[in-house]
Design a protein around this ligand. Sequence first.
Ligand SMILES: *Cc1c(COP(=O)(O)O)cnc(C)c1O
Length: 411
Amino acid sequence: MEKKNYRDFDNYLKEYPDNKGYFGEYGGSYLPPELIPAFKEITDAYETICHSAQFINELRRIRREFQGRPTPVYHCERLSNKLGKCQIYLKREDLNHTGAHKLNHCMGEGLLAKYLGKKKLIAETGAGQHGVALATAAAYFGLECDIYMGEIDIAKQAPNVTRMRMLGARVIPVTHGLKTLKEAVDAAFEGYMREYKDSIYCIGSAVGPHPFPKMVRDFQMVVGIEAREQFLEMTGILPDAVCACVGGGSNAMGVFPAFLSDPVEIYGVEPLGKGSDVGDNAASLTFGSKGILHGFESIMLRDEAGEPLPVYSIASGLDYPSVGPEHAYLFSTGRVNYEAVTDEEAVRAFFALCRYEGIIPALESSHAVAFAMKLAQKMGTGSILVNLSGRGDKDIDYVFEKYGYGDDFQL
Ligand SMILES: *Cc1c(COP(=O)(O)O)cnc(C)c1O
């Protein structure tokens, strides 16, 4: 494909995805026939409601009064000065209610359920972050909530299971296969198939069959719209570069669209884990090829038969063998650069932000910070805006166990 630059993106949001949910050759909707009517209902409802002033005003009120938006943009002066002259700024999604960006789309999905007269929200969760955000939305809207979760993950993520249950959600253990995220996705789809008349399926990232990649992007876009305005107000100009970590790609699709038609370099940061061997990373765009998983076409880590390969990252929110179809498209156009950062680099960035700025970041977000630190040194001058997708309280026990207090990680 011919490479594109920022001048080609003036009408991007109007043109992508098309009405079948394709971003170029990626996306679409690959569903069992029984689920087609359910997804059509969601698509039709969303296409109507996203133009309703009442819906938009209600969502704005929720963001302001319940989530605490707008979240600030923060200038990392000490960290930047330590690295050189280039200035690093953070969009503080860690200060969004529940401590991460995921609530942005969960509140949108919950409000949509309410408008459709549904009684229940259904989803799967891996590490439990999406489950907690969705359970929060369900409690807010007075809806029931069923979260499917692999038995292994339930044992590993006890605090998040407790949170979900305190918020009133039902956590349904998935006991077949490897008992982790992939089986939980299948079980959640089956649950939804049984009760779609009274419930709505709520995906955890900008992935899945149409309309989810578009809908999640639209609900997350508030992050970039706020950040662009805040950055302009703080500095008078746009940043030279914007970056975000990419698992499924929802926090990145939150910030990227606001800058696509600006002369700004954009970077998505994938988890390189322990290295480039199969099973050591989850860098889907870096090492993947075209394929279909979980109902959408994208670039994924697959074997010759098309089955997803095992993946790994220190950040459990990033270990997904595929990526949202919009990222696959932006990758193919060359407009967005995708880079990969190792566990070790992410942990170093985690401690750098702790020690120099007094912010404990999520290990997922630490990947974006790690890349920004490298880029700052390479650029020498200018500025970088990083989407800090979440806070790291959930990660401190794991990091402490493996790396202690980080005294070996002084910059
Ligand atoms: C879940 C999660 C991610 C990864 O999800 P995306 O859809 O790629 O944004 C990143 N950061 C945090 C803090 C998360 O909880």
